[in-house]
Design a protein around this ligand. Structure first.
Ligand SMILES: Nc1nc2c(ncn2[C@@H]2O[C@H](COP(=O)(O)OP(=O)(O)OP(=O)(O)O)[C@@H](O)[C@H]2O)c(=O)[nH]1
Ligand SMILES: [Mg+2]
Length: 306
């Protein structure tokens, strides 16, 4: 797999390395910022996010004290890292492991619902997180609340079998909220730590399915509503996450298919535009192909230190 953000890092690095001390005036800083904006947009960062990065960068650089002996390149790299980190660290941070631990102490099942359009990797993400939880000593149950797409229940059951995780299911066409209710009851009775709710892929405009999601949320009162997106969809991810946030309220995202040849900019914009953190990125089709999204590490990947 090509390192994620490879192309973005190379372009940013090339730009910053061209900068000389003579370019450290408001006009030339603006000039650098315009070039940076182009690079960000070419790498699928949404225009609004690219604007935010560039404006913050200009603002900070103008305030940065420097002399003609300053190492301009290092200054710009350091400032851009600061800006990138601010963009990638949303106001409401989520400590997933801490939340799980707290719920376990309280003996309440921790409930996570997964939402997103068709084929983005919701079901596989649930399986991956199921394994992540088992590996950390948490028990879990899957709720097959996608009763809509042919084959969906069977697909989740297959993952459950592979991982040794119980799947609570009814039949195709049955009420998704009722399945969710059953799964939560099962967790309460059997002292299961985490309930993972699989939902049907929504086409954004399908209001019946959106109503169904709202019903699931009303019944389940999830501790986390997770938006699942496909990095290959580029900028339409932003309209998706905003719509799901409007309909059901989103606490965090998972961005899948980062192993495909993606430019990675979507990971930057989705946090900035939704103001919600990315919890994990999906990097392949195996159960272990999941990585926690750590803003500082991602910043290292995007902006080299010198
Ligand atoms: N390469 C790669 N493929 C992935 C990743 N995540 C999911 N996939 C693949 O994407 C396809 C769709 O995954 P699903 O988990 O079925 O997606 P879904 O969102 O549940 O789809 P629907 O239930 O139809 O809405 C499958 O072939 C997965 O193996 C990933 O991170 N990388
Ligand atoms: Mg699915």
């Amino acid at each position: 797999m090509k390192p994620i953000f490879d192309q973005l890092r190379k372009s940013v690095s090339k730009l910053v390395k061209k900068i000389t001390i003579t370019e450290f005036s408001p006009k030339s800083i603006h000039n650098v910022s315009i070039q940076l904006k182009d690079i960000l947009i070419q790498n699928e960062v949404a225009v609004k996010t690219a604007d935010a990065v560039c404006n913050k960068l200009e603002e900070k650089l103008l305030k940065t004290e420097h002399t003609r002996f300053s190492n301009t390149k290092s200054l710009v790299f350091a400032t851009l890292r600061e800006v990138m980190l601010e963009i990638l660290e949303p106001p409401q941070e989520i400590n997933f492991n801490q939340m799980l631990e707290d719920a376990k102490k309280k003996k309440d099942p921790f409930i996570i619902a997964f939402f997103g359009v068709n084929g983005v990797g919701k079901t596989l993400s649930i399986a991956k997180i199921g394994k992540y939880l088992l590996d950390r000593g948490y028990s879990c149950v899957f709720a097959a609340a996608d009763t809509y797409r042919a084959g969906s229940i069977h697909q989740l059951q297959k993952h459950g079998e592979n991982l040794g995780i119980r799947v609570i299911a009814q039949t195709y066409g049955s009420d998704a909220a009722a399945v969710t209710f059953d799964a939560i009851n099962h967790a309460v009775t059997k002292n299961i730590d985490v309930v993972l709710i699989d939902t049907a892929g929504r086409i954004e405009t399908n209001s019946n399915l959106m109503n169904e999601l709202q019903k699931i949320c009303k019944i389940a009162e999830p501790d986390l509503n997770v938006f699942v997106g496909d990095a290959l969809t580029g900028n339409s991810l932003i309209s998706q996450v905003l719509l799901f946030n409007e309909k059901v309220g989103i606490n965090a995202s998972i961005l899948n298919k980062m192993d495909a040849d993606v430019k990675g900019g979507a990971a930057v914009s989705i946090t900035h535009m939704s103001q919600r953190p990315i919890l994990f990125i999906g990097t392949g089709q195996k159960y272990t192909d999941i990585q926690a999204f750590v803003p500082a590490e991602i910043t290292d990947n995007i902006v080299p230190s010198n």
